[in-house]
Design a protein around this ligand. Structure first.
Ligand code: WT7
Length: 683
């Protein structure tokens, strides 16, 4: 499956300098270890597990599983019998066993240049213990779910690790999501407590987070699910003495016109007051390998978000190992992942993977374009960032401004560049490689999903020759295959459904509260395989190229949205009878939302309605789902059985007249009408 020799043509090698010190210094070494990881997983992962602390050791084989629905329930169990605590492994082990207490865990860089804080491993441990004691004093117990709705501040990491320390299950909701989305996630996970903040700035825009949190809690109450405790961090309104245990003085308090901090004395508690009286010692709760670690919601093609559940031991080993090898982590690295912790990239590659390795990271609150489009490179130089991980959408955005804002800064420290979230177009890859990395830094194009926990297809920086746009080869323990529509495995160069044949330690274990949904979504279509939902091509050299989603999902700026989710937000408007949403290629976002709406009788389509619909989608889902185009569609192209032909709508959205086979179309006149009413400009 993996070629004997790496290809010689059409590939990039990055610089050879790092090969001497690299963990995986050559393609041959990668191949050797890959074979070992598949043929002898017990030994491969067993060696890695030796670096971690186990309260009790595992018994039996490393992985036990069933991936075949025809043979019974799907399950994956990793290191059964072992007990541990991830918080202990990422903090106490680093402070006490590895003597990294004084090492910086995070350089926090605020939205406003000049706002900065430094947190060492020892300080992080103390703060986590304090907050763990706070959670306990509020009655949170092992197995309880805690929702976290916070901006990119150190306290977000503190809150998540505090949950983990006491065996509670965190469910982080990205702070860009609407109150409605937060409410749905609280209800689905039945959270007993919410942790949030007063507000934050994204660029020059103020977000009144507490206001949104309160709206969500009110909605939960209305649905008969009162959440009794809400802990609020004063981020914008904090006083100087309210930043305990940081090595530097906190950012200057600024006036924040428009900041609203509603307070409900029956429910609300102040983070700082609670922490002030809390002990900074807290015995970790020892958890079984397969105890739940966290829930993270991701869009599902039915429109109802799925609570992806990850468990303790497998996720810990997998994120630690992928971080170490994919970024070729070295002790003097300064690592920066620009993702938000509210997404899986932040969970795995800001919190768990880097901390498990004792790494120093930059934690950035702001935007790549604020106060100007040089901000990223300014930060790279400021902290001497060596490993940098971002999304293709950010690269395309910055590329529009040319190389000058990049070249204003030296970027000499950079060694490895990474991307994640969607396929990177070769043009953006070349720009990243040539302008940002000055042809010195290999690019790791990491393919993975919320569900996979960590990277599954990826180059290794000193080992894998790169092809721009290809995620190259499987990570250790991962066995990909390409299937045709009949479920047959294709050999050699081919294109079809990307699936995985066996589990790796970091794969999700279930959809929270709905194991059947888990089996249906990922295992029913092709029994015996985990189905990713992505299309994929394998070239003559065995390289994998992701071609994009093959279900009804859209990838907007590296984040998945389901067409059904947006459609249901649209039809909730009284003027809308039916809606169909498709993706239209977008130069920066990858895809943008193009919505076709059929009005109810007597309604007229105008700017007011358009604005209302946009607002409605934003309020129901979040700003990321804001439609770029809304088109009046008196009729939708449907098959005789009434199924909307999205393939045709995608063509109309792009203005492509070549529709392919439309013989199943019930009424072909609607198509011409839709072409005539096309929206040409986005809002
Ligand atoms: C979907 C997963 C994993 C963190 C970010 C998104 C797409 C992700 C790549 C890549 C091509 C990619 C896939 C995947 N995707 N990385 N390197 N090349 N496509 O997590 O929201 O769970 O989305 O993102 O379509 O299925 P997510």
């Amino acid at each position: 499956m993996i070629p004997d020799k790496a290809p010689k043509e059409d590939v990039f090698h990055g610089s050879g300098d790092r090969k001497k010190e690299a963990h995986i210094p050559s393609f041959d070494k990668y191949k050797e270890l890959y074979l070992k990881s598949i043929e002898n997983p017990d030994e491969f992962w067993g060696d890695i597990a030796k670096d971690f602390f186990w309260k009790t050791k595992h018994t039996g084989q490393f992985l036990d599983y069933n991936f075949d629905v025809t043979k019974g329930e799907i399950f994956v169990k990793c290191m059964e019998g072992a007990s541990t605590n991830i918080c202990y492994n990422v903090l106490d082990r680093n402070v006490h066993e590895r003597k990294l207490g004084d090492k910086v865990a995070f350089y926090w860089e605020g939205n406003e240049p000049g706002d900065e804080l430094t947190v060492t491993y020892r300080e992080l441990l103390q703060r986590v213990c304090q907050f763990a004691n706070v959670l306990k004093s509020q009655g949170v117990k092992k197995g309880d779910r805690v929702s976290i709705y916070m901006p990119m501040v150190v306290e977000l990491v503190v809150a998540m690790l505090a949950c983990v320390r006491i065996g509670a299950v965190h469910s982080i909701v990205f702070a860009g999501f609407s109150s409605q989305s937060l409410c749905e996630r609280i209800l689905d996970s039945q959270c007993s407590l919410l942790v949030t903040a007063d507000g934050f700035y994204r660029g020059d825009k103020l977000i009144n987070l507490k206001l949104l949190a309160d709206e969500a809690l009110q909605k939960c109450r209305d649905k008969g699910f009162p959440v009794h405790r809400c802990i609020m961090l004063k981020h914008l309104s904090r006083e100087a003495e309210e930043t305990p245990l940081v090595s530097q003085s906190p950012p200057a308090k600024r006036s924040c016109p428009g900041l609203q901090v509603p307070w409900n004395p029956e429910v609300d508690l102040c983070w700082h007051s609670l922490v002030r009286g809390a002990s900074d010692e807290c015995e970790p709760e020892w958890c079984e390998s397969e105890d739940p670690l966290f829930i993270l919601y991701t869009s599902g093609s039915t429109g109802k978000p799925k609570g992806v559940l990850h468990t303790v031991s497998g996720y810990m080993l997998y994120t630690a190992t992928t971080f170490k090898l994919v970024f070729d982590y070295q002790p003097d690295d300064i690592y920066w992942c620009t993702a938000d912790i509210g997404w899986i990239t932040g969970h795995s590659y800001i919190t768990y993977g880097p901390l498990a390795n004792g790494a120093t990271s930059v934690l950035f609150e702001g935007l790549p374009t604020y106060p100007d489009v040089s901000r990223m490179w300014e930060i790279v130089d400021k902290y001497h960032v060596t490993k940098f991980y971002t999304a293709p959408t950010a690269i395309r955005l910055l590329m529009k401004y040319g190389s000058e804002p990049v070249q204003k800064y030296k970027r000499e420290s950079l060694k490895v560049l990474g991307t994640v979230g969607e396929p990177i177009n070769p043009e953006a890859w070349q720009w990243y490689y040539t302008v940002v990395g000055e042809k010195r830094c290999p690019i790791v194009d990491t393919f993975w999903q919320t569900e996979t926990g960590g990277h599954v297809l990826t180059p290794l920086p000193a080992a894998t020759p790169m092809k721009p746009g290809s995620a190259t080869f499987p990570f250790f323990g991962v066995v990909p295959a390409i299937l045709n529509e009949s479920g047959e495995e294709l050999e050699g160069p081919s294109e079809g459904y990307l699936v995985f044949k066996q589990p790796w330690p970091g794969v999700m274990r279930t959809v929270y509260g709905n194991h059947q949904r888990f089996e249906t979504i990922y295992f029913k279509k092709f029994p015996g395989y985990y189905v990713t939902g992505d299309g994929c091509r394998r070239d003559q050299d065995g390289y994998y190229w992701i071609t994009g989603r093959i279900d009804d999902m859209l990838n907007v700026s590296g984040h998945l949205l389901s067409t059904a989710e947006v459609e249901s937000a649209l039809v909730e408007h009284e003027a809308i009878a039916e809606a169909a949403v498709v993706g239209r290629p977008h130069p920066v976002k990858g895809e943008s939302l193009y919505c076709f709406v059929t009005l109810t009788d007597g309604m007229t389509f105008n700017c007011t309605l358009e604005a209302q619909l946009r607002k409605q989608v934003r309020e129901k889902i979040g700003a990321i789902a804001t439609p770029d185009y809304i088109q009046d569609a008196p009729g939708l192209p449907k098959t005789r059985s009434g199924k909307i032909m999205r393939r045709v709508l995608r063509k109309i959205a792009c203005g492509e007249r070549d529709l392919g086979d439309v013989s199943t179309l019930a009424d072909s006149s609607v198509v011409e009408q839709l072409f005539q009413n096309r929206c040409c400009t986005a809002v």
